[in-house]
Design a protein around this ligand. Structure first.
Ligand code: AMP
Length: 476
């Protein structure tokens, strides 16, 4: 009987991460700490920093939040003028210190550390191949595949080996590597996940989002382009375009939910303005008679402001968020997640009493949050509750690094908008249209990945991958 091979690692749905790299500052690790601190929203389960003082690599890692992991003592154990860092979220299956990035090794070409944001579609297949050639993996993380591919490469220089490795992986990567000589950063040819270049005095920095630069008072220079690889070393920044070019497919969900609103990503304006534009467009598309517009804080705030601007309906804060609990989705257990909505949000009866309320959230995934919110608003006295979502219905899972549940659990994959409206018990429900979203987003319409809304995946899957990803069910 055929043996079933897990093509995708257990933590495939949970790879929201932040990466950071710095070259050329004597307090590299301290700056990496600040960068990771600003990027905490991209992953809250574990963090690590690896520094290099020209002699050797130093590693500090831990589980939990950045501020709790890196004490002054821990940072003092990270000397050197270059460092890379990573924030990670994973499920229980993928957790454990051995999976905490950056992963670092010492091999024939010296020291190497890797931090990766994104998901590699063919990681498990490559892993099986490498294991067949004798590779011994120490973690269950997809990222280790990149290291083994570098070690197994026949290319002459380390840079060529890195390129060789990254040419073989398929999927999303915004990856930062550190060698004995410098820092290398690369973005996959589709450019799924963001990666920015910054400058702090004489030092060069790469980070997932520009908000990391702001905390350091560093200058945002530009986005690393899709398919671009940069080397930060004693020569400054050297740029390469080593991968076969393809159409850009930058994740539009970064604008919807994931990136911080004060960040500039994908070379555009602040995410805040884009979210606000989504809200304005939503108001144009689905206005309703109402007394107040309220956001689901925090992620719904810019879109609700935009909706209020676009509709002329006054903005109010009808829901208050407790900031000391994590994002609902980033709770590993379903039971905690359900409970989390109540813990996280509370309604303000004085604002809601007798009002026709438009409530704006950035996305509706399973519908659980909206259902609880509608109930909460009615309980607090709202006369009517009109749910407005500043993104289109999510119909298919992300395989490129955003945490989404399986297709079955995505309510819009099997229910009409009216069925969802009934489920969440709202008086009306409307989503932002795909055309409206793309129109409100900066740049050319064709440059985004919108697979979660369209099921049009920019990277085609082999049949075996489709099976593993649950995109294809063989006839019984
Ligand atoms: P749900 O209850 O599953 O419909 O979740 C909807 C809520 O989850 C919205 O308030 C979103 O802000 C939030 N959300 C959407 N996508 C994600 C994600 N990838 N990670 C964490 N939270 C998310």
């Amino acid at each position: 009987m055929a043996k079933e091979l897990p093509l995708i690692s257990a933590d495939r749905f949970h790879d929201e991460c932040a990466v950071f790299g710095i070259y050329g500052h004597k307090e590299a690790a301290n700056l990496a700490y600040l960068g990771l601190y600003a990027l905490q929203h991209r992953g809250q389960e574990a963090s690590g920093i690896v520094s290099n003082d020209g002699e050797q690599f130093y590693v500090e890692k831990g589980q939990g939040h950045v501020a709790d992991i890196f004490s002054q003592h821990a940072l003092a154990r990270l000397p050197g003028s270059m460092a890379i860092g990573h924030n990670r979220y994973s499920t229980a299956g993928g957790a454990g210190l051995k999976n905490v990035q950056p992963l670092s090794v010492n091999f024939a070409f010296g020291n190497l550390a890797v931090a990766h944001n994104g998901n590699l579609i063919n990681a498990t297949m490559l892993r099986s191949e490498l294991e067949a050639y004798g590779a011994i993996f120490q973690s269950t993380s997809d990222t280790e595949v990149i290291i083994h591919l570098i070690a197994h490469s026949r290319a002459d220089t380390l840079l060529d080996r890195v390129i060789d490795s990254l040419t073989q992986v398929r999927g999303a990567f915004s990856v930062v590597l550190m060698t004995d000589q410098g820092v290398i950063a690369a973005r996959d040819p589709h450019g799924f996940r963001p990666l920015c270049l910054g400058r702090f005095r004489d030092a060069w920095i790469v980070a997932s989002e520009s908000c990391a630069f702001d905390l350091l008072d560093a200058e945002y220079v530009r986005e690393i382009e899709p398919g671009e690889l940069v080397v930060l070393d004693h020569r400054g920044v050297t740029s390469y375009k080593p991968f076969a070019p393809t159409r850009p497919a930058m994740c539009i969900f970064e604008y919807v939910y994931f990136s911080r609103p004060d960040s500039r990503i994908f070379g555009g304006s602040a995410v805040y303005s884009i979210r606000k534009a989504f809200g304005r467009q939503l108001a144009l598309e689905s206005a309703v008679d109402a007394d107040i517009v309220i956001p689901v804080p925090d992620s719904g705030v810019p879109a609700a402001l935009g909706y209020s601007e676009g509709s002329g309906v006054p903005f109010e804060s009808g829901l208050i968020r407790n900031h000391y609990v994590g994002r609902t989705f980033i709770e590993p257990e379903q039971s905690i997640r359900h409970f989390g909505v109540k813990v996280k949000l509370n309604a303000v009866p004085e604002v809601l009493q007798g009002k026709r309320v438009v409530v704006v959230d950035d996305s509706l995934v399973r519908g659980t949050t909206s259902r609880k919110i509608v109930k909460m608003l009615r309980h607090a006295g709202a006369k009517e509750v009109h749910m407005r979502i500043s993104s289109p219905p999510i119909v298919s899972p992300c395989f490129y690094g955003i945490d989404t549940p399986t297709k079955k659990e995505l309510i819009a994959s099997s229910h009409t908008t009216d069925e969802i409206r009934k489920y969440i018990t709202a008086d009306s429900l409307a989503y932002l249209s795909l055309d409206g979203m793309v129109k409100a987003a900066p740049g050319a319409p064709g440059q985004y990945c919108d697979a979660c809304f369209t099921e049009q995946y920019p990277i085609s899957f082999t049949r075996a991958e489709e099976l593993q990803l649950g995109l294809f069910e063989p006839p019984r």
